[in-house]
Design a protein around this ligand. Structure first.
Ligand code: SF4
Ligand code: SF4
Length: 367
């Protein structure tokens, strides 16, 4: 879809009004990071980069959980299916991410039992249908998906399902945003905050970032007019010299977020240091299972004392893409050795990963 020609059912007049306002911007230069993978896709699809006024840049951020999960986590998952003989359940994109020695997809073609599920409850149901097997859910995602895994674990405990466990690689988005602001090599002037994670976190969650770092934040939805409204809201703040949190997605995101989801997270997980592809270790950014859930913690049950290589694929520059230091097309492997059909790095695997989105919509007005 090209925004200028085809805005679909989402309000062409509204959108063209937004585009005019975008073009009229005469404020300071600024780099806006779109934190979420879904925003990355929406921006690429509508050719948003080509509509931005001079001096305004859009950076893709660490909002794809598949992309930011480090290689050694996939090595752990591979160990579980190859050495521990478990049924490994995971979401679609994760099976194609290269580990140090192949992907889960490849392991499956060699006989490993890897199943794609659509939810954590599906994985729990799989365990209930296979009482003589161990089922491990490879749990990826931010505050969007982690509460559903928490709900599955609460149910597993309540129902006494003991052959189900979770290899948790869930991450908290706020500490990663803060780490990027503290990185002297990354200059972020404003954040387009993720719509989905914000439904759980609430818009207010970004206030400490706006206050402490003087960075404008705006929560945005995923339709073209939502993304444009978010960008305009940020440019308005930049122009006025403000740094606060605005919510351009009030139909889905409240100030306080989803209390029930926050409580489920709190009951099941505790915050711990976690490693991110590209960003290294970030304090308090991981969701580990609480000790009360040790019987359902795959790491404690199957991986104690096992070491993993975690070797990044040669030449892959996902780390720099994820920090907004280079555009995907600046990676020498982009669209040559690395394509969605044969991804070298994680960012090319998911259509919402930065490289995948740029590949799919390259040649649009986004330059
Ligand atoms: S896999 Fe898709 S939904 Fe999940 S984060 Fe990446 S982009 Fe977003
Ligand atoms: S193009 Fe491929 S190899 Fe290069 S950074 Fe993106 S995913 Fe990694």
């Amino acid at each position: 879809m090209n925004l200028l020609r085809d805005t679909g059912p989402s309000g062409p007049e509204l959108v063209s009004g937004f585009v005019e306002r975008l073009r009229a911007y005469r404020g300071p230069s600024v780099a806006i990071m779109e934190v979420c993978g879904t925003h990355t896709v929406a921006a690429a699809r509508m050719g948003l980069r080509g509509l931005l006024p001079e001096g305004v840049r859009l950076l893709s951020g660490p909002g794809c959980p598949v992309c930011v999960t480090p290689v050694d986590l996939f090595d752990q998952a591979l160990h579980l299916v190859r050495e521990a003989g478990v049924i490994l359940a995971t979401y679609g994109d994760a099976v194609r991410v290269p580990g140090t020695r192949g992907s889960l997809d490849r392991a499956r073609s060699q006989g490993a039992d890897v199943r794609v599920v659509y939810s954590a409850l599906d994985a729990l149901a799989l365990a209930e249908r296979n009482p003589d097997r161990e089922v491990v859910l490879l749990g990826l995602g931010f505050e969007t998906t982690a509460p559903t895994v928490a709900a599955a674990l609460l149910r597993a405990r309540q129902e006494g399902v003991r052959n189900f466990s979770v290899l948790s690689a869930h991450k908290a988005i706020l500490p990663a945003m803060e780490a990027l602001l503290q990185d002297p090599e990354v200059r972020i002037g404003a954040f387009l905050c993720p719509g989905h994670a914000s439904m759980v976190l609430g818009a207010k969650a970004y206030e400490p970032l706006a206050e402490r770092y003087g960075v404008p934040c705006c929560v945005a939805g995923f339709e073209p007019e939502d993304v444009l409204a978010g960008v305009l809201c940020l440019l308005g703040q930049v122009q006025r010299g403000e740094a606060r949190v605005e919510n351009a997605y009030p139909r889905a995101v409240s100030a306080e977020g989803n209390r029930a989801a926050q409580e489920a997270l709190e009951r099941v997980f505790q915050r711990a240091p976690a490693r991110w592809r590209g960003l290294g270790e970030i304090d308090g950014s991981g969701y580990d299972l609480r000790p009360a859930f040790a019987p359902w913690d795959a790491r404690r049950r199957f991986l104690q004392g096992v070491r993993f290589e975690g070797r990044e694929p040669a030449g892959c520059r996902c780390a720099e893409v994820l920090r907004g230091r280079i555009e995907p097309a600046e990676c020498p492997l982009f669209a040559r050795a690395c394509t969605p059909q044969q991804p070298v790095g994680a960012c090319m695997v998911s259509s919402e990963g930065a490289c995948g989105a740029h590949y799919r919509y390259r040649g649009r007005a986004d330059g």
